[in-house]
Ligand binder design. Structure first.
Ligand SMILES: [Zn+2]
Length: 294
């Protein structure tokens, strides 16, 4: 408990207003690894505090690593299924220009046949990055992007009321914006209903999305079902910024790189090791067969 820390300046945290008796009733409780990091522990005897308990304040001085949970950057994704012949033609031309302008053909590196050649590795990385950039920028420039899907239930429940509200509002405007009277009453009524229904749809998104999924399942529209699921998944997509102590996307990639490298190399691959394994297996099979246990 924090009153035991050397830097504690807490005299009392509670005063009985009838008797004037003072006690230390309010505490911070911290774990052992934080205990030594308490740099200041005080009580605030403020004049404007109407409670008979006084607030305690704790300051910590410990090294922490921030784990910012960043949302995946929404980048415009090309919707290839929406691309027509004209889009594809423009894409081909754009890509051709991009490749000519930005990608240098590294003849020597591309012709090199040395496996895992370290001399050309950096060149090939640059070449690959330039190639991918050309593909991405051409697709962004020429292929229609994915449209943000409207809220579930919006077209069924809200669209009509929105149209009505806009219509009666424009009627009321063109009628001279008279307050009172039937036109004003209809305008207010349709607007109120539009507002009510749109709020209901926003509040009930989860149920409406689940309903859409159930409908697509019942009607056996598997393609629509997967697009609904994908949308649900995308909306909750978050990326951790810290993995195994590595901070940021670059360092996190290195962690995966190292892990997979050691994973793939955990199986013996040298000829001598494989020969030993082969002999062991052969001896095992022979023993089993000779003893009739095969
Ligand atoms: Zn090489």
């Amino acid at each position: 408990m924090c009153p035991n820390v050397p830097s504690s300046q807490v005299d009392f945290t509670y005063v009985n207003s009838a008797t004037g008796a003072k006690f230390v009733l309010d505490h911070f409780i911290v774990s052992h690894n934080v205990f030594n990091g308490v740099s200041r522990y005080v009580v605030l005897h403020d004049g404007d505090n109407l409670s008979d308990h006084h607030p305690v304040q704790l300051e910590l001085c410990i090294d922490v690593e921030y784990s910012t949970c960043c949302k995946a950057q929404p980048s415009p994704r090309p919707a290839w299924h929406r691309a027509g012949e004209l889009h594809l033609q423009r894409y081909r031309e754009h890509l051709q220009n991009e490749l000519l302008m930005r990608v240098e053909i590294l003849t020597e590196a591309l012709a090199c046949r040395t496996f895992n050649c370290s001399d050309h590795l950096d060149d090939l990385k640059v070449y690959y990055a330039a190639f991918m950039k050309a593909l991405a920028s051409s697709a962004n420039a020429c292929i229609p992007a994915w449209k943000k899907k409207a809220m579930a239930g919006w077209s069924e429940h809200v669209a009509d009321w929105k149209e009505k509200a806009i219509f009666w509002h424009s009627m009321w405007l063109s009628g001279g914006q008279v307050h009172g009277g039937w036109l004003h009453a209809i305008m207010l009524e349709t607007r109120a209903e539009y507002k009510r229904v749109s709020r209901w749809v926003v509040r009930n998104q989860e149920k409406l999305v689940a309903g859409c999924m159930a409908d697509t399942l019942c009607e056996n529209r598997s393609r629509d079902l997967w697009s609904e699921i994908k949308q649900e998944k995308d909306s909750n997509c978050r990326q951790s910024n810290v993995i195994n102590g590595a901070v940021g996307s670059h360092d996190s990639c290195q962690v995966f790189n190292e892990t997979y490298k050691s994973l793939y190399q955990s199986v013996p691959s040298s000829e001598s090791e494989l020969n030993i394994l082969y002999e062991e297996l052969k001896a095992g099979i022979r023993d089993k067969c000779q003893s009739g246990a095969c």
